[in-house]
Design a binder for this molecule. Structure first.
Ligand code: SF4
Length: 693
């Protein structure tokens, strides 16, 4: 740790990495951070933290950070540093020129789940009201969009049902497609504490994760083949229904009974039994039956899930299947139970809440709704387009076709994080104006015409919303090194485009959000300062927020059961591509590593490695630490092998933190049928020895 002397004052703020949302005291000396101290009154972390939040803030001062706006006529030209005004004028002229030439809908933008609620709200406002279309999407498209669809369909709202405290009342913890020990470490500690107290653990994951291997915890692990989530969920439901384990009183009172009957008849079919699906899923039927009985009869059952559920061609179906299980067993609507998506980025929940999807205004209200649109039109003083806009993959397709030619990307490296890199390159290359608003010249910036320097979480005021719907303050501890916080940059760009947005502080943006969004109606900076945080819905009915949802009834009224037929992904193994690749994270890195790779005070995980089973390695003559070539139908890369039985024969696994690896060169174009969330978790590959990159 770099110590800069004794602190002179401290400011409470919120970690900008994962969806746990740990609060920290930034201990300051002047405008320099001396250290980040986990805040004992932080409601999400209670004085705990992980290595990232505590130490990985040095990127704010990294020498590669870009502090001056830059423009260039063509992507082949060198960058030219310019004033903010010149950058805004250049960007605005290009974007307006594109609209004149190709039409109003030829531009759009992407909000960031790393930025504050207020900043996200402004970007979607600029696009809807300033650009005049709904071509706004969010990086949540590539992670938790199926959560939004699945939970809205079944429960009526796109959010996790519980607070983190709820785990203290849980008797059976089910973790599906998530590895909280790496990705949500502070919450994982609370989970482990509860498990040490005697709660049971079921892990459904192709890989034997750290949660399975935790000492003092006996996990029931169902190591399914990647891509078979829906078949496993349906087999669990089969056991619950056919063995009479349904909580009928709950279902009769809280759910639509006829939809339940249709679902129960479907899951009870012999083809959905654990035995009938065992060859497909690779899961021992006895273990699966034990898991179903434990979840249904073991007391309070809580499901926690991650991107191993959502990033599939049936991601939304799996979320629905999880909700079906919770409703059938009555595990919803009280402490200790529920369906809990573990959000990856700090503000995934918030960016979705703030209207970042092309079909939804803030608060998950469809853009086609006249009454809702009327409210926004009155306050924003514009006429809004009632037609949903383009999703990210549709923007790329339209760019290649020549109908979508300008994009404003705030805080996301789409080239590195979106699937099928070569298609993204083709799309970006075809555009006439790519505006990247970020801290660093990321991979996407190679195709940009305008670079607007971003600000870190230490340099701005605002709020983040964590995985438990908890809205927390982000407080500025230093002057933005680039001269402008991100919310001010968006306002500057909007003004240059002829759309004025007048706010002198992010608290005023939150006041507008509260005025337009019923679930945020009671939220203000004064309340957040007074209570420390609030969980939405926060309104007249729940002035101090809502830790547990759906207590007296589902938001949609009756809980909705939906039949979830398993449909195999089109991505198939075969003689040329015999292995299935799945991906995940490691504790000491974060997503594409833009920040963690630029924090030099800790020795961080240095490279992505390919985990491969000893049997598969031996067949290919690969030894531990050897370079291997990893090739799919979409592309290839080179990385080192790690031989381990954490993965089953036939399955390989890697992380995606390093640009050298470019894991998304490998991934395919397949995506979730409902939301287009990419199928990152299932790619057929071949592995062969290599001499290195
Ligand atoms: Fe930050 Fe998440 Fe670590 Fe907490 S657990 S310190 S929110 S990265």
């Amino acid at each position: 740790v770099i110590e800069i002397g004794q602190p002179e004052h401290s400011v409470v703020t919120t970690c900008a990495y994962c969806g746990v949302g740990c609060a920290f005291k930034a201990e300051m000396r002047g405008e320099e951070v001396v250290r980040m101290v986990p805040y004992k009154d932080g409601k999400a972390n209670r004085g705990h933290s992980c290595v990232k939040g505590r130490f990985a803030w040095g990127y704010t001062n990294h020498k590669e950070r870009i502090l001056k706006p830059m423009i260039r006529e063509r992507i082949e030209d060198p960058w030219r540093e310019v004033s903010w005004d010149e950058a805004f004028s250049f960007a605005a002229a290009r974007m307006r020129g594109i609209q004149k030439k190709y039409g109003r809908d030829a531009i759009g933008g992407i909000t960031s789940s790393r930025c504050t609620n207020e900043e996200t709200y402004l970007v979607q406002k600029l696009i809807r009201a300033g650009f005049g279309n709904n071509n706004v999407d969010t990086c949540a498209r590539v992670c938790h969009s199926p959560t939004g669809y699945g939970l809205a369909t079944t429960f009526g709202t796109s959010a996790g049902t519980q607070d983190f405290d709820s785990v203290e009342d849980t008797d059976v913890v089910v973790i599906i497609g998530a590895n909280p020990a790496s990705a949500h470490p502070v919450f994982a500690s609370r989970l482990k504490k509860r498990l040490r107290q005697g709660a049971k653990l079921i892990v459904i994951d192709p890989r034997r994760t750290e949660m399975v291997e935790s000492p003092h915890v006996k996990a029931l692990h169902l190591p399914l083949m990647p891509g078979t989530n829906v078949a496993v969920m349906t087999a669990l439901a089969h056991v619950i229904v056919t063995e009479g384990l349904v909580n009928e009183a709950f279902v009769r009172e809280r759910c639509d009974w006829s939809e339940f009957e249709e679902w129960a008849a479907f899951v009870a079919q012999p083809k959905n039994s654990p035995e009938a699906t065992a060859i497909l899923t690779g899961v021992d039927p006895k273990a699966l039956r034990e898991a179903a009985r434990t979840y249904a009869t073991g007391g309070n059952g809580a499901i926690y899930y991650g991107l191993g559920v959502t990033e599939h061609s049936q991601g939304s179906t799996t979320v629905i299947a999880i909700a079906n299980l919770a409703m059938a067993t009555g595990n919803i609507g009280r402490p200790g139970v529920g369906v809990n998506p573990l959000r990856g980025q700090n503000n995934v929940q918030g960016s979705c809440d703030m209207g970042s999807f092309p079909h939804e205004l803030p608060g998950y209200r469809h853009i086609s709704g006249d009454a809702v649109r009327d409210q926004f039109e009155a306050l924003w003083n514009v006429k809004l387009n009632p037609e949903p806009g383009l999703r990210i993959p549709n923007m790329f397709d339209a760019a290649v076709e020549g109908t979508f030619m300008g994009i404003y990307v705030q805080g996301e490296d789409i080239l590195q994080s979106d699937p099928n890199t070569s298609h993204v390159v083709a799309a970006l290359s075809a555009m006439e104006c790519v505006i990247v608003h970020d801290l660093f010249l990321n991979e996407t910036a190679n195709y940009a015409h305008v670079f607007l320097p971003g600000s870190s979480f230490l340099e701005k005021d605002g709020t983040f919303t964590n995985a438990e719907r908890r809205i927390q303050r982000v407080r500025k501890v230093m002057t933005p090194k680039n001269g402008m916080a991100d919310w001010e940059v968006t306002i500057g760009l909007a003004k240059a485009m002829g759309f004025e947005m007048n706010y002198s502080h992010p608290s005023e943006i939150m006041d507008e959000i509260a005025a337009l969004t019923p679930t945020f109606a009671g939220v203000s900076y004064a309340k957040l300062d007074e209570l420390g945080s609030v969980q939405w819905p926060c309104n007249e009915k729940a002035p101090e927020g809502t830790p547990v949802m759906h207590i007296d009834g589902f938001v949609r009224g009756k809980g909705k059961f939906v039949v979830t037929e398993y449909v195999a992904t089109d991505e198939r193994t075969g003689p040329r591509y015999p292995l299935l690749l799945t991906t995940g994270r490691i504790l000491s890195q974060y997503n594409v590593g833009a920040q963690t790779r630029r924090t030099e005070n800790v020795v961080w995980h240095a490279e992505d490695r390919l985990e491969i089973h000893p049997h598969d390695a031996e067949q290919r003559g690969v030894r531990d630490g050897d370079w291997v070539r990893l090739k799919s139908r979409a592309g290839e890369t080179t990385l080192r092998a790690e031989i381990t039985d954490r993965v089953a024969p036939g399955v390989v696994y890697t992380t995606f933190h390093h640009p050298d690896t470019q894991a998304n060169v490998i991934t395919t174009d397949y995506s979730d049928w409902a939301t287009n969330c990419p199928e990152y978790k299932v790619t057929a590959v071949q592995v062969s020895p290599s001499n290195g990159p």
